[in-house]
Structures are given as C-alpha cells and as structure tokens.
Design a protein around this ligand. Structure first.
Ligand code: PEP
Ligand code: MG
Length: 579
C-alpha cells in the first residue's frame, strides 16, 4: 500500500497504463528493422508536415521569433545525428520506433546533464519536444488504436500536465496516480472535472509498477495499492459499488434547484474545459457554465488554433452548455500550462512570471484573435467574457478598451452581436482582492479564483507537493480575505461567483454562504453532492459557521470544525468527501 495526496475522491480498480511506457499489447520483443524503418520514416514525414503548418500559422498569428522555435524542431527532424541514431538502434537492436526513440532520449539526457551551459540545456528541451511529437504520432498511427480504448485503465505518470488531456480522448482513463502535483494544481482540476479518482505524491510508483499491473486507487483516503491480491481487491470492489450507488443517488438531485433548508436560492454553475464537460453540466443540473477554461483548446492543439477553429470550439461549448449560458475565460496560459510558442521557457518563478494576460504585451495578435473568436461565438448563446490574473486596476481599464474596440470593429463589419456582453474579471491575485472597490467601478461581475488567490496569499506554489499543506483555502487568512472580497461585491450589488476548487467542497459551502456568496461554479461531478448539502443547511447554520471559522487561529481548527458540521448536518455527503 502506498500513501499520497488525495486529489479527487472515488475508488477505481483497473490495470495500470504507464504514460512513459506507451504500452502496446501484443507487441513483439523484436521487430523487423526494414518494416520498422518505413514506419519511423512515415512518422517523421507526418510530424514534419504538421510542423510546416504550425510554422506558417505561428509566423502569421504570433511572431517570427516564435515561429523560429518550430523551425528549430523541423530542422531537428532532418538532423542526421538524431535521426541517424534512432535508425541505427532500430537496425542494430531490432527495437520498435518508440523504444528506439526512448533510448535515444535517455542517451541525450545523460549527455546533456553533464553540460551546464544554458543554451545547450534549452536544446535538450527541443529534442524532448520533437521526440514527444514522434512518439505521439507513432501512437496515434498504430499503438493506441491497437490498445482497446474501451478497456478501463489507471494512468500512472510522473506528473499530469494539462496537455496530457489529449490522452483522455484515446484511452478510457478511470483513475490517475502521479508522483508529483498539488491538490489544487491543474492536474487535480482535470481529474475532478472528469470525475475520476486521483492520488498524487506517490513516491516511487513509476519505479514499482508496470503497465498491466492491477491498481486500486482510493481517492478519498489518498491510497494506492499495486497487485493487492484477491481478498483486498474484492473488498475494494464492494466499496467502489457503494460509492457509485451513492453518487448515482445524488445525481437524482439534478432536477431540483439548489435551495437551502430555509429556502435561500443558490446558483450552482459548472467549470468546463470542452463540450463534453458542458454536456455533463447539463446532466447534473447546473444552470450555466461559470468558468470555461479556454486554454485547454490551445494545450491540446499541435500548433495554434485559428480564429475559425476557436469560434467553432466556443460555439460547440456554448451550444452544449446548460441554457447556452457561458462565462468564457480569456487565455490563462503560463505557470504550469506551457505552450512552446509563448514566453521565455525558463523562468525562476513561472507562477509569478510572464503568464496569463501579462503575455498580451508581447503577443497582442494572439489575444485579439481569441477575443474576435469569442465575440463571433457570442451569437450562439448568452456569453460573458472574463479576464484572469488581474493584478492592477490599470489592466482592467486597458482590457475594457480593447474589448470595446474589437466589438465595435466586428459590428462595423456587419456582424450581428448581442447588445450587451457582460465584462468581468477574476479576483485571484491578492492585490486585486484588496483593491476590489476600484475594480468594481469598471466591471459587470467578478469571479473569485480561490485556487490562485490561496497560492499567492500563502506564497506557496499550488503544484508543489512539498508545500501542499500551505495551499488550503480554509486557512483563516484566506477566509478573511474572501470575506472582504465577497462583502464588497455584495454591497455594490455586483454579481460575484467563486470558481476555484473550494466552490465544489460541501465543507466550504457553510462559511461561503455565511459570508454572502450565492453563486458557486464547480466541476460538474460535485453539483449533486453540493445540492444535497444545500438542502440540509440553513442560513443561520452558515452564518454561525462563517463567524466561527473567521475567528479561528489554525487550519486544523477550521477543518475539524467544518468536517464535523458536514458529518452532523449531512452524513451522506460526508461519505463522499476527500478527507
Ligand atoms: C482559480 O485560480 O481559482 C481558478 C478558478 O482558475 P485556475 O484554477 O484555472 O487557475
Ligand atoms: Mg486561476
């Protein structure tokens, strides 16, 4: 049994699928070099053609220097040293292309480790990227198609990056285990949005598991078992069934409006990444999408999505969403959500660096294109536009002007746009939270990003398991900042939503409701249990909880108190929560 950090609740039992191993069931230990070389060359050609398209597009939409990065990758595909090495491994060792590429990558990594020069280290990142593209191409071309995509698997990885989301289209992933990644990091968010159990910080799991091993993931307890034996397996299978039954019962809440025991109406909205999440939001009875994270479209694209591609993607999400009502968030890349064409690749503090709307100074066209695509898509439903990572009021002034300029120019071109598109910002940097009154003068609504707000207030990286104990929104300092923020919005009668992970936590419902919050945007998987929790509490319970936790000294006091209240008020929901 291995212990880790609970990221997403639930129990899953299935064979392991190691991300780094790209398992090909039935693959022979030794291949015929002649046919394998043909396969490898075809993959090189396909990747080269893909890169050519990307180069053209990036040069036009981003900049020539950004396109140079891809030109470099393209050149590597012709590099006789790199390609020759892979070919020679295939020829001499009779290995398949993927294994030959992995061996090449290992050899290069060892070589580059000995070089301290920054320039050469950057070259290693390029090699890794090109090899990754080739492995991906080979997997698409044969491996993952051979892998039965209906067989459930538990994904085992060093860390889960947002760009790995593409794997979820090709495999039936029912659980995730990683060696690193924090509880409100993007991998955790991805797992929760898919409603699958996940555990991180499981040290050594990659070393000790092979694809095909039977894995049990208990996301509530943060426990992972490898090849546990029949008795343990059957005990967990029973728990898995009970868990699923309980969740299914709560799905019946989908037809009930969220309302407290004393009749206070709440709004439960959904956080989505794509049209499939939007459809789940309808399924669980969310009334709108409160946060559409558009960056996943960019992270899963091999180049940069065009204005037309983006318009189509946004339209698909809008049309699949509850009441076609969507708050679209403008691109929030950077930090751990890296694409190769933006920003500097090495920053000492990426979360505090050149990320999100800050990228706009160097890549104005990228953002203008996105805003135009969003405006075009506004014809298909009721949309609001929201800008992330605001740290100064000056940014809001500039963004508002830009948005208005683009809106007018599309109208002048004859596009029929809605009369009003609500303009809002995220309050997720402490400076914005503290100057919220000045920001409220300029915006139609505010959405609180409690994940980033917590990481920045506590000065602790949300993706770093070493400091995970510091990144908890229940810490009194975070709660006190939230109280001021929510209070200011309520007083000014501006709609305020909270869309960080705490919005889907029944434990946090009590104090947030008590502070005056009524709009909660969460992963669709949580709507059922949040409705159940809402039914059992009153405003008096909530106000009492808020008052209590705001005066507490330590995180443990807050969590113990709130967990106890959830157990007392709503034991069914207490069963489902991450501990
Ligand atoms: C947040 O920071 O709370 C948030 C909702 O945005 P993200 O998790 O995408 O940074
Ligand atoms: Mg954020």
């Amino acid at each position: 049994m291995k212990r880790g950090l609970s990221l997403s609740a639930g129990i899953a039992i299935a064979p392991a699928f190691r991300m780094d191993e790209v398992a090909f069931p039935g693959l022979a230990d030794s291949v015929n070099p002649a046919t394998e070389l043909v396969r490898f060359d075809a993959a090189c050609e396909a990747v080269a053609a893909d890169l050519d398209r990307t180069i053209q597009h990036v040069a036009k939409e981003i900049s020539e220097p950004a396109a140079d990065i891809f030109r470099g990758h393209r050149a590597l595909l012709r590099d006789p040293a790199l390609v020759g090495k892979v070919r020679s491994i295939i020829e001499k060792e009779h290995l398949d292309s993927v294994r030959a590429l992995r061996k090449t990558l290992d050899d290069y990594s060892k070589l580059f480790e000995q070089i301290s020069d920054e320039y050469f280290r950057e070259r290693m990142a390029d090699i890794r990227d090109v090899i990754g593209r080739l492995v991906n191409q080979l997997s698409i071309a044969s491996g993952l198609q051979k892998f039965d995509t209906h067989t459930p698997v538990i994904l085992i990885a060093q860390e889960l990056l947002p760009s790995h989301a593409v794997m979820f289209d090709r495999l039936k992933v029912i659980g995730i285990v990683t060696e690193t990644g924090g509880s409100i990091g993007h991998a955790a968010i991805l797992a929760r949005s898919l409603g699958i159990p996940a555990v991180s910080s499981v040290v050594g799991v990659l070393k000790e598991t092979r694809s095909g091993d039977l894995i049990i993931v208990d996301g509530r307890e943060g426990v992972v078992l490898v090849n546990p034996g029949p008795e343990v397996e059957s005990a967990y299978r029973k728990q898995e069934r009970e868990y699923v039954d309980l969740r299914n019962q709560l799905i019946e809440n989908r037809d009930h409006a969220p309302i407290t025991a004393d009749g206070v109406s709440l709004e439960f909205l959904a956080n989505v990444n794509n049209m499939f999440d939007a459809a789940s939001a309808v399924g669980v009875g969310a009334t709108a999408v409160g946060l559409f994270r558009t960056e996943f479209i960019f992270l899963t694209h091999s180049g940069v999505p065009t204005e037309e591609e983006q318009e189509r993607a946004y339209r698909n999400v809008i049309e699949a969403s509850p009441n076609a009502n969507v708050t679209i968030r403008v691109l929030d890349l950077g930090g751990d959500k890296q694409v190769p064409y933006l920003g500097s690749r090495r920053e000492a503090n990426p979360f505090m660096g050149f990320r999100s709307i800050r990228l706009m100074t160097d890549y104005p066209e990228l953002f203008r294109t996105q805003l135009r695509a969003i405006l075009r898509a506004s014809r298909y439903g009721h949309i609001s536009v929201m800008f992330p990572m605001i740290s100064r009021v000056e940014e809001v002034i500039e963004l508002k002007l830009l948005f208005e300029e683009l809106r007018k120019s599309l109208i002048e071109q004859g596009l029929q746009l809605p009369d009003r598109i609500p303009f809002g910002v995220m309050a997720e940097v402490p400076s914005a939270a503290l100057c919220i009154n000045e920001i409220l003068d300029l915006v139609d609504f505010v959405s609180i990003g409690s994940n980033d707000l917590t990481q920045y207030l506590m000065a602790a990286d949300r993706d770093n398991p070493k400091v995970a104990h510091l990144v908890d929104p229940c810490y009194p300092a975070v709660l006190r900042l939230l109280r001021g923020l929510i209070g200011a919005c309520v007083e000014r009668q501006k709609p305020v939503t909270l869309c960080g992970e705490m919005a889907g936590s029944p434990r946090c419902l009590l104090p947030l409701l008590g502070m005056g919050l009524r709009r909660f945007s969460m992963a669709p998987a949580f709507v059922g249990s949040m409705k159940e929790m809402a039914k059992t509490i009153t405003l008096a319970d909530a106000r009492q909880a808020a008052e209590k936790v705001l005066s507490m000294r330590t995180l443990a006091e807050v969590r113990d108190y709130l967990n106890r209240r959830v157990r007392e008020l709503c034991p069914r929901v207490a069963e489902l929560e991450v501990g």
